[in-house]
Design a protein around this ligand. Structure first.
Ligand code: PLP
Length: 459
């Protein structure tokens, strides 16, 4: 199929010398790419001057919108003061020191220590290396396996992709050995016909117990979970889930790591997703909203137990041999300090204020005969498209239903994300009530348009 790009257009230039990750290539061949120049509040603007309400906050991260003056000023001031430094060899910027203090204070831990990375994937990789290092130092060199859940998303580096339980990683020959995946904790899809939600939760707990017994508790390095699965399609756990599985992990001395890359800093209506579900992990993985998306940065926040143990293990060989060139970048840290202040001084309240209208909008669109369920927590939500609501029969994947809905939304000036057969919404925390209405009105129109043109297949 010939590419529709006009010669010398931004579209043609974008395609000529750049690779797009996670992009449906036939779709950009037909429809073209979108090249953006700037943002205005929750909107982004392309090279043609078209405005799009970005109902995905960029990629979950731009929680304060695309032109927050406090964040750009924090960046400019810090660039003028000290535009770059690492956090290695006993040197670290004052901004990094202050951010670690702030992250400790806002974490759910009494005491914590922070290790900086440039992304969420690197933060998960770092956490796995920390676990391998400290288990070996404590005389358990066999404790190397990592447990995650089906549909989990933990990143794309070789280790974090192995933790990501998505079928697309098979093309890379992943997961690496020793990365174990449990059932995705999605009651609507994974629950059996005759199973209550409580029974489903109990079955998942039993599955974990059996996995630990089969593999041997002494071979397991850690358990990682997103409090609400994000890139899996916004999947909150079934009722009682963390209460059921945490005692099993604790009884087997398996460290529990909360991957809060999406859920951290207010997305679920609390500072952390683990607060929303009432548990305290052993460490928190952070990125995305940490800098409100204004700088690439990730952080591993170690709670008191892991922090002491890692310090001990490091003391024994006189260093922790790991770190990135731009770890704890002072500009990123200055932005993060401002972003956290914005969350504390109003953005978190906004999430709480907006959540009822957000849920009502999802609920209303879920009345549609081709929406199987709505789900979400705080300002992250999804609508699951189905061919048949009663039987939960999905559409033929060849119809690319969610991509069609997202493309129709884009045509109408709304960016939202297709994930499997779901449409995901995670707007900035600065959304106004009118912008919330605009989002649901445009999405509703796109659902009518796309479903109206599809003929269900009967088998
Ligand atoms: C996005 C994401 C990551 C990976 O972060 P990158 O910065 O893209 O490497 C890890 N975990 C979760 C839960 C994420 O949503």
């Amino acid at each position: 199929m010939p590419d529709t790009a006009l010669p010398n257009s931004w579209d043609a230039r974008a395609k000529a010398h750049s690779f797009f990750g996670f992009t449906d290539l036939p779709s950009i061949r037909d429809r073209g790419t979108v090249v953006l120049t700037h943002g205005e509040g929750p909107y982004v603007v392309d090279t043609e001057g078209r405005r799009y309400l970005d109902a995905n906050s960029g990629l979950w991260n731009m929680i304060a919108g695309f032109d927050h003056p406090d964040l750009t000023r924090a960046a400019q001031d810090q660039y003028a003061r000290f535009p770059g430094y690492h956090a290695l060899f006993g040197r670290m910027s004052d901004q990094a020191v202050m951010l670690s203090e702030t992250l400790t204070a806002v974490s759910s831990f009494d005491e914590a220590r922070v290790f900086y990375t440039n992304s969420g994937s690197e933060a998960n990789d770092t956490m796995v290396k920390m676990l391998w290092f400290l288990h070996a130092a404590e005389g358990r060199p066999r404790a190397r396996k990592i447990i995650t859940r089906g549909n989990a998303y933990h990143g794309v580096t070789a280790v974090s992709a192995s933790m990501t339980a998505k079928p697309y990683n098979a093309v890379f020959g992943l997961p690496l050995p020793g990365f174990l995946h449990l059932t995705c904790p999605h009651y609507w899809r994974e629950g059996r016909a005759d199973e209550t939600e409580a029974q489903f939760t109990a079955r998942l707990a039993t599955e974990l117990e059996e996995m630990i017994a089969r593999e041997g508790a002494d071979t397991i390095a850690g358990f990682f979970a997103e409090p609400v699965q994000g890139a899996g399609g916004v999947i909150p756990p079934p009722a009682g889930y963390f209460d059921a599985i945490l005692p099993i992990l604790r009884a087997n001395n398996i460290p529990v790591i909360a991957d809060e890359v999406i859920t951290g800093f207010g997305r679920t209506g609390d500072m952390w997703g683990c607060e929303s579900y009432g548990f305290t992990p052993d460490a928190i993985i952070s990125s995305k909203a940490l800098t409100a998306g204004y700088f690439p940065m990730g952080a591993v926040i170690l709670g008191p137990d892991l922090s002491d143990r890692l310090q001990h293990a490091s003391d024994a060989i006189e260093e922790f041999p790991h770190g990135f060139t731009a770890s704890g970048h002072p500009v990123g840290c200055a932005i993060a300090l401002k972003a956290i202040a914005l969350v504390q001084e109003g953005l978190l309240d906004n999430v709480r204020r907006l959540t009822p209208a957000f849920e009502a909008g999802l609920q209303r669109l879920a009345q549609h005969p081709h929406i199987g369920e709505w789900r979400g927590r705080g300002l992250m939500g999804a609508l699951e498209a189905v061919q048949d609501k009663a039987t939960k029969t999905p559409w033929d994947p060849g119809l690319s239903v969610s991509e069609r809905i997202a493309n129709t939304c884009t045509d109408h000036g709304l960016i939202c994300r297709p994930l499997g057969q779901a449409i995901v919404l995670c707007p900035p925390f600065t959304l106004t009530d009118a912008q919330m209405d605009e989002m649901f009105t445009k999405l509703g129109a796109a659902l009518d348009e796309v479903f109206g043109g599809l003929t269900p297949s009967h088998s």
